[in-house]
Design a protein around this ligand. Sequence first.
Ligand SMILES: C[S@@+](CC[C@H](N)C(=O)[O-])C[C@H]1O[C@@H](n2cnc3c(N)ncnc32)[C@H](O)[C@@H]1O
Length: 418
Amino acid sequence: MKQEFLFNLSHPETDAFLEYKRKREPAFDFRSIPASSGVYGIHPYPAMFHFRVVRQLLSQFSSKSQWVFDPFMGSGVAAVESLIHQRHFIGYDINPLAVLIAKVRTTPLPRALLSRTLQHLIAHFPRIAPTPINFRNIHYWFDDATIEKLSQLRQAIFHLEDSAIRNFFLVSFAETVRRVSRTKYNEFKLLRKKQETSQDVLQTFQATSLRNIDLLTRFYRSHPASTSTVILQEQNILHNPPLENESIDLVLTSPPYGDSRTTVAYGQFSRLALQWLGIEERVDKTSLGSKACEITSDLPSPLLYHSLEKIEARDEKRAREVFAFYKDLLAAIRTIGAIVKPGGHVCFVVGNRRVKEIELPTDKISADFFESVGFTHLQTIVRAISNKRMPSENSPSNVKGKKSSTMRYEYIVVLQKQ
Ligand SMILES: C[S@@+](CC[C@H](N)C(=O)[O-])C[C@H]1O[C@@H](n2cnc3c(N)ncnc32)[C@H](O)[C@@H]1O
């Protein structure tokens, strides 16, 4: 009820809301289907695509055997959908945990082999000598007994020879790390639980692995994988990606909503798991908008400057941070734009966040940016997003306890290269 009320308040059908070729499409909401169904339930990931949206866009804007590119692929929803719908796929992300999850979700494996390996791990890992592990604050997040067991389990998984099997169990391990730590499981940021709850490592790992085996094998039984090529890489889109110009038919992607400090901190979300895997976490330091800069007047979107002026009047530093994000977003769009074939499409899925209570129309700004590099803005599909998928309320004013509603809609900006 409350949710409906808030949606009505936003008046998505009014003329002002529908400018810039926005079209409210309830058929894209898929509110009765959880985004984490099937293989997408393997390891949570913040702001994951809804697979039904991806499926719909793939069928509308690409055909079999064409190349699809997601430069911000996260947990690989577009990769899986491309694989089962006979599209070739290239995906990048700066987050090594995202790349690992995406690899596991796109690799069908036999149930019997996974079950046998799980039994082997469970039987053998308690006998393995724990290897010393240390990272900053390890004792803040884990108790001693948990550290010892995680260290043994990690070692046992590292010993698995087959890389696909090893990756599968590393993802179950990553989920286990999160569950047995003192972090609040459902928060994207690293926040410590108030009360101690001890979750057993063995039981948690076993239950997680069994669930993941079930999710993976059932999914690929009902959605057989095609023989198309899937390339998944840890790569920053801003750092000269090794892709040929005019080689991609469809870019289907969802960039971060803003800088990592005030929106989703993908690095924080992944840090403990990556530390246990021995990988340094640099995601939040390299994400879009992570480098401070001065505001210049050369970005091709008057609307951006209109919003920036209002933010600047309230907080100059925040205005500079917002600018740094859009400057990087434009750099990413220039690179992406060059890679698309003439006549090819881009579906750019964004959320419009608020800073200092000013809404930033990222869908319109992105459309301006793409038009400046030779694209035609065809339409912006507006879909409602469920509360579970993104935090629906936050405190953009950073006043403790003060909340304002934000991002009740997602915008799918559809563009075509001339
Ligand atoms: C909104 S999420 C994408 C979620 C994805 N659509 C899914 O289904 O899981 C944005 C992603 O962009 C990644 N990212 C941020 N800056 C990046 C950059 N410069 N190059 C590549 N990936 C980046 C983040 O690590 C994050 O995984």
